[in-house]
Every structure is written in C-alpha cells, then in structure tokens.
Design a protein around this ligand. Structure first.
Ligand code: IFM
Length: 494
C-alpha cells in the first residue's frame, strides 16, 4: 500500500441533479418539466418509476447536508431545476423556488461545503418543449435569462458554476434515439438540440461576463464558470480498418462534437461531413461559434467507462456498437471499468485542445474538475445486527454493541479508489485537476432505469427515505478528510 496525497485545497465532493433527488414536483409553484411528462408515458422508464418523490430531498435537504458533513465533503455539486425558478421557462420568476436554493446554499456554506451549481441537468420546462424545446433557437436565449437571474441572485454566495450537463446525452439520447426526454427519434432535431445547448452554454457565459462575475483580471467578480461533458475512453474492437473508423466516428460524434466548439470554436470537419451524408447540418449562425467558444475556467469531465467500438451497419443511425472485451470487469449496467481511461481522457483534452498557445482562455488557465465518476452495483442492505444479551450490571464489551444496517459495497469503493489513483497520476503529469465529485451522493432516480440501480455513497430506502452511509461512503470520508488515499497501484480494479 502506498499513500497518494492530493494538492492543498483540492475539492472533494459528491454530485446529484435536481430531478434525480428532489421530488416535490408539484410544490411551491414548480412548473412541469419534460421528465415529468416523459415518465408518465407508458414503457419509457423501468417499472413506471418517476421523479415525483425521488429522495424527497426538497424536504430533507437539512439531513442531507448533515450526511455531507459526515462524509467530510468540502464541496457539493447539485443542479437547479429550471421549472422551479421559471415555471414556464420564462416570464415571472417563482420566489418560492428560488428560496429553496437560497436556503440550500446558505446551509451548505454554513457547513463549510462549497456549492458547485449546474444550471441545466436535463429538466427543461415542459412549456418550452411545447415551443420546440432545444430544437428552437429561442430556448437558448431563455436559458441565458434564467442563468443571468441565478447569477444575480446566488452569485454573491456561489463561486463555481456549470452551464449544461452532458449535452450529448440531452441532444442525442433525447432527440435521435428516443431514450430520454423528450423521446424523439429525429436526427435533425438532435443536431439542432445539440447546437442550441452549446449556444445556451455560450450565452450563459456571456451573461456571466456581462455581470462582471468572472475571476480574472478583466472581470470584477470572484466566480468561475464552465460546463460538464461526458467523455469516454475509446478503443477499436479489432485491428480491422472498419472498427478503427467506427471508433473515430464514435469519438467524433460523441465527444469532439461538443469539446471542439467550446475549446476551439469549430465543429470537427469529419463530423460535419458525416452528418452531411445523413442530410443534416447544425443550424449555425454567424456569431454562434464565437459565443460557444467564449473562455471558460472549468472543464467538467464526467467519466465512467471505456467504449470499445465495433463497426456494425445494423445499428440504427450511427452504424456502430459498443462492446466489452472478454474478461474485462463491468458494473451492473455493463459499463467497462477502465480507470486509466480517466487519465487518458484528461491528457487527450489537454494535448488536443489546450496545449497550443492559441488555445483558450486568453488569460488564466482552465482547471479540470472531475464532475462525475462512480458506479452502479447491486447493493445488499444487511439488516441491523442484534446486540448480544447484555449483562444488566456491566456495559456491553467493545465490539458487541448493536450494529446498524450496513452496505458492504467493496466494488464501488475499489472503483472509486482506482479512478482517484489515476486522477492523482494526472496531477503528477501536470494536468490541473482541482476537484473530484463522486456520482452520486445518494442512490437516486437513474433516468430510464428508475430506481432499479444504485450509484450512491449513501443507500436510500425509497419506501421510508432512510439514508445509510455505505462502506464506500465511510471509506470516501476518510479520503476526503485526509486529502489522499492509500492504494496498492499493482492491485487496482480494471
Ligand atoms: O445519473 C447520471 C447523471 O445524471 C448524468 N451522468 C451519468 C449518471 C449515471 O448514469
């Protein structure tokens, strides 16, 4: 075992998103979101689950902050539900919705936990969807207004902001593959949605600067902003040329399509050509790429797995499938556990987009935040162990006290430990990673999988809403508290 220490002031956190944990979907004036509607369509979500109650965090946020304290987190990433702030996406703000986040932020700060706020984690106001949602350019401008409102109201207390989370998933799974809300199967819609999500990001960054919030010599404010992109590691399924091409296509359409506009102000040429071959193109207007590539301070990386890509013309639209090489470890969702991929992706982003002097930002440097990383495993809750009969006159002997319920999630602990080791390696290689947010603080609504799989450091009983810190959470609290971990690099999972 060796000890791997992290830089002073490293941010140790856990992440959640509004629809996945809050519940209270019809309370205090919250408007409907596209996920409320999607969940009610038969067959969309496993078991007919919805986010109506989820983890009831809207009512239990104080207890949840206490859990964060016990986990020794010094940061917490959460998202704001746009329909709580603007129930129909625009117009009059809803005071009660804002008040919820003000209370949450104040209590986090009082507990010494620094908020990292995501503005959009997929819960678009349903009223905007009725006008085309992300396929409508106007939605990006409504997002700018919503973002500016939050910067003004929370910007005195929140200094870390993310605009959009995983625009690839929102655009492609939501509009081309019909797997996420709003459930469309239309490639042109997906490309429009992707562009408008990127534009929304750029417009929000512009609003941030207009309000003087940025922490640079140009701006007046103390805050930093960026976005969170999901990027996998990639490998070809074989040495066949077709598999190499399929892998490059996957990387281009899933990752480069989003990284390149933000960091280099252009769409990848290969991607434009591929989409053109499908008869579609992004609806780019003159000023768009300059807006989308406005300097950011935070590059948020959500990393979970490796995609081993095989050419497969029978697959709809993109013509490739993702495989797991034989014998490789997988999580409950069948995702390959490939921790060194986290280092590979960080190095790829830095070397491809940030190494040249012309790379943005013009001043200051981009920090990497690992905004999500974690795994679903089939947790088993062991019931409370009965205490042995006590001698009435004597206190119970050490180790014989009644023990609470327990989740021995060794696999999740090993998954996180291995990934943290590669974060540490990346830092040694000069990649400026400033924080790590485990996905997720607690078990929650996992989109189309509903409550059937668990990602939390904290176990949630969805009937009673009882929370139980899993063994992985206890272990993670020691890592956070000690600002480092002990692992044997020769024996890491994956
Ligand atoms: O639960 C999701 C999260 O909302 C976005 N990133 C991936 C997680 C696990 O699937």
């Amino acid at each position: 075992m060796s000890e791997f220490r992290f830089p002073a002031r490293f941010l140790w956190g856990a992440a959640t998103s509004a629809y996945q944990i809050e519940g209270a979907v019809a309370e205090d004036g919250r408007g409907e979101s596209i996920w409320d509607r999607f969940c009610r369509e038969p067959g969309r979500v496993d078991n007919g689950d919805t986010g109506d109650i989820a983890c009831d965090h809207y009512h239990r946020w104080r207890d949840d902050i206490e859990l964060m304290r016990r986990l020794e987190l010094n940061s917490y990433r959460f998202s704001v539900a746009w329909p709580r702030i603007f129930p129909i996406g625009k117009g009059q703000p809803n005071k009660a919705g804002l008040a919820f986040y003000e209370r949450l932020v104040d209590a986090l700060l009082a507990a010494g936990i620094r908020p990292l706020v995501t503005l959009y984690h997929w819960d678009l106001p349903a009223a905007l969807q009725e006008r085309g949602g992300w396929t409508n350019r106007d939605t990006a401008y409504r997002f700018r207004d919503y973002a500016a409102f939050l910067f003004e109201r929370l910007g005195d207390r929140v200094d870390l902001w993310l605009t959009v989370n995983e625009p690839y998933v929102a655009a492609v799974l939501g509009h081309a593959l019909g797997m996420h809300a709003p459930g469309l199967k239309d490639l042109n819609a997906a490309l429009r949605a992707a562009h408008h999500l990127l534009l929304a990001h750029g417009l929000a960054v512009e609003a941030f600067d207009d309000l003087g919030m940025r922490k640079t010599s140009r701006g007046q404010g103390p805050a930093r902003i960026g976005l969170a992109l999901d990027i996998h590691a990639y490998a070809p399924a074989s040495d066949r040329e077709a598999d190499w091409e399929a892998m490059e296509r996957a990387r281009t359409l899933e990752a480069r399509w989003f990284v390149e506009p933000v960091l280099a102000g252009r769409y990848p040429q290969e991607g434009l050509e591929w989409y053109k071959g499908q008869g579609v193109e992004p609806p780019v207007k003159d000023e768009d790429m300059a807006l989308i590539s406005r300097p950011i301070d935070i590059f948020g990386l959500n990393y979970y797995r490796r995609h081993t890509v095989a050419h497969d013309p029978s697959q709809p639209i993109f013509g490739y499938r993702v495989e797991v090489p034989p014998g490789r470890p997988v999580t409950e969702l069948g995702w390959e556990v490939y921790p060194q991929g986290l280092h590979e992706v960080l190095a790829w982003v830095r070397d491809t987009y940030l190494a040249s002097p012309a790379a943005q930002p013009a001043e200051g440097s981009i920090a990497f935040f690992i905004t999500e990383n974690g795994a679903a495993y089939p947790d088993v809750l062991e019931p409370e162990a009965a205490a042995p009969k006590a001698d009435a006159d004597r206190p119970p002997a050490p180790g014989t006290q009644k023990r609470g319920p327990r989740v021995r999630d060794v696999e999740r602990r090993d998954y996180i430990a291995a990934h943290l080791y590669y974060v540490w390696r990346a830092i040694q290689d000069g990649i400026p990673v400033e924080g790590y947010w485990a996905w997720s603080l607690m078990d929650n609504f996992e989109w189309t999988r509903g409550y059937s799989c668990r990602f939390g450091l904290v176990y949630v009983n969805f009937t009673t809403q009882e929370r139980i810190i899993k063994d992985s959470g206890r272990w993670y609290s020691a890592v956070c508290g000690e600002n480092g971990l002990e692992v044997d690099p020769e024996r890491l999972v994956g």
